[in-house]
Design a protein around this ligand. Structure first.
Ligand SMILES: O=C1O[C@H](COP(=O)(O)O)[C@@H](O)[C@H](O)[C@H]1O
Length: 267
């Protein structure tokens, strides 16, 4: 795991959590675009990923962001036909992207089922798209911020416990063909690629996520609890509701700099 600062921020419930993350995102994207000419953001599927984007869509401050300088990628995708409501891309478009008027070439969705002869060709095509947007000599862009959800089993993106993909240190994009969570076929960035992101924000809510979060912070093996292996270059933040925080080991609260929303004003 990358040794960067990890923080846990706890909020009262899902709505407060989504509001807080959306507000922080709008602030952070503004700061990134002040410092750089363009930003690369990695989006996630899942319940909280969509809730955060929908909250961003409703925020007035979204109109202050120059979205034309932002490129959107995804950490993983359910390998389904284009427009399928279960695709992470479809959820993100519906929640936010369709209302931003971002140029189509800045929305870098994973290929959909039917666009390539095989799922492996689809994985290779996304790897090629990442490489085309990468700085010279690199295989993928410098991601400024990566959003991730966490499954109850500790999976992140489509990296599942005990599957080959979570151990992969060589590829940029992998095809997962035996996902325990439907659909069985998925495409995913690998752990080193996710961890190359400057910042990683994991957003999780609900008591079904408590065990995975507790184990991740107790330094479980990433092979068994994939989220335990996550660590951005500069900062990794777990944004959680009270239910998801229920099993964060007491002794880690200080070391992980556990703050309640009421006390925390840092970015
Ligand atoms: O299938 C997926 O699930 C996870 C978590 O989703 P949630 O609804 O339980 O929060 C998500 O992070 C991942 O991107 C997605 O493909």
């Amino acid at each position: 795991m990358t040794e960067t600062e990890r923080r846990v921020r706890v909020y009262d419930d899902k709505n407060v959590l989504a509001n807080a993350v959306a507000a922080r995102f709008l602030k952070r994207i503004g700061e990134i675009l002040e410092a750089k000419s363009e930003a690369h953001i990695v989006l996630t599927g899942g319940s909280m990923g969509e809730a955060v984007l929908a909250t961003v869509a409703r925020a007035k401050a979204r109109d202050k962001v120059d979205w034309s300088r932002v490129t959107f990628w995804w950490g993983d995708e359910r390998y389904l036909p284009s427009g399928d409501p279960e695709r992470n891309e479809t959820q993100s478009r519906r929640a936010l992207l369709d209302s931003l008027g971002v140029a189509p070439e800045r929305i870098k969705a994973f290929p959909a089922l039917g666009e390539h002869a095989t799922i492996q060709e689809a994985a290779d095509a996304y790897a090629a798209e990442l490489a085309a947007a990468a700085p010279e000599g690199a295989r993928y862009p410098h991601f400024d911020l990566t959003f991730l959800g966490v499954g109850g089993d500790g999976h992140i993106a489509s990296l599942f416990p005990e599957h080959d993909a979570i151990r992969d240190r060589e590829h940029v994009v992998l095809a997962e063909t035996d996902s325990p969570k439907p659909p069985a076929e998925r495409l995913t960035l690998t752990l080193p690629v996710l961890n190359s992101s400057e910042r990683i924000w994991l957003v999780l809510a609900g008591s079904d996520k408590a065990g995975a979060l507790g184990l991740a912070l107790a330094e479980a093996s990433p092979n068994e609890v994939p989220v335990a292996g996550i660590g951005g270059r500069a900062r990794t933040v777990f944004f959680v509701d009270k239910d998801a925080a229920a099993e964060v080991p007491e002794n880690l609260l200080e070391r992980e700099r556990y703050w309640t929303a009421a006390h925390d004003v840092r970015g």
